[in-house]
Design a protein around this ligand. Structure first.
Ligand code: ADP
Length: 268
């Protein structure tokens, strides 16, 4: 498995119908995937502690998907065991009246990570060119400008030491049908089902087009988008955890040097 296979090169043309949501590359079974995830998590936990201690860099991880795409499960599986003091998750729902009375980036900017922190966005500023575009919540002349505005926003964060990773969890329309049906069949999953899921499904093609535009216009060298095959949850988690692990390894956070010569210290 090479995560670069799923990374969108800047300004490339994207046709999601050509991306196999059921891909699992050379990872043949769930057991192997779980072992890789466990190993990745160990490294992520260790490097997150260093990132926190170093207090100089940060990471912003954005998750987007079609409904039932598995954002919550993926966040749970990849970040399990990470020290909660240094890792935050923020979910973004329909904006409230205070949020809509500001510019569209206002509510996101308040939750971008300070140094030392891994911040996860469960849905993100990309909603403002996804649901907003598909549902026509603002005129085209407004959402059309947002791709560039988002790229500039992310540049501001990068310049302050934030690495940005963006994952589109890609499921097929059939897989979404299976997942909605399973929510209906299992009483423990009823709370996850909403009538809106079925309504949104009618807009499947429009959403795919809106995602393609995001991937084509907002995947940059430093803040890349990944199209993660997500029909197999175990493979999805391997891809996402590998990208995060590799990014942390590249960032190479270091424990700061202590301010005293410990060899001279005696605890009495
Ligand atoms: P989730 O599906 O993420 O678990 P919900 O079922 O509560 O959470 O859905 C959140 C809803 O909020 C989605 O329908 C999403 O499209 C909507 N939403 C998020 N951001 C915006 C936005 N900026 N404008 C309009 N709707 C938004």
């Amino acid at each position: 498995m090479n995560p670069d296979d799923y990374r969108i090169a800047p300004k490339s043309k994207v046709d999601l119908s050509g991306w196999n949501a059921a891909d699992h590359a050379d990872i043949q079974d769930k057991e192997l995937a779980k072992a890789i995830l466990k190993e990745n998590r160990k490294v992520i936990i260790d490097l997150q502690e260093r990132l926190y201690a170093e207090n100089a860099q940060s990471i912003l991880v954005c998750f987007q998907a079609m409904d039932t795409g598995g954002k919550d499960g993926c966040i749970e599986n990849v970040f399990k065991g990470v020290n909660p003091s240094g890792c935050r998750v923020r979910s973004f729902k329909v904006p409230n009246s205070v949020e809509t009375s500001h510019d569209f980036l206002w509510r996101y900017h308040q939750h971008t990570p300070r140094t030392g922190i891994i911040q996860v966005f469960n849905r993100s500023h990309y909603e403002d060119v996804l649901v907003v575009r598909v549902k026509g919540l603002v005129p085209k002349s407004v959402w059309e400008k947002r791709y560039e505005q988002i790229n500039h926003f992310e540049e501001v964060l990068e310049d302050r030491g934030t690495r940005i990773l963006k994952f589109y969890l890609h499921i097929s329309k059939d897989e979404q049908k299976r997942r909605i049906e399973s929510r209906l069949e299992d009483p423990a999953k009823h709370w996850k089902y909403s009538e809106a899921d079925l309504k949104e499904r009618e807009y499947w093609d429009d959403y795919q087009k809106a995602f393609e535009a995001v991937l084509e216009r907002c995947s940059t060298k430093t803040a890349p988008w990944y199209v993660v095959p997500a029909n197999h949850k175990w493979y999805r988690d391997v891809v996402v955890s590998t990208v995060i692990r590799q990014t942390l390894e590249e960032m190479d956070p270091q424990f700061p040097k202590g301010s005293v010569d410990v060899s001279q210290v005696t605890v009495i």
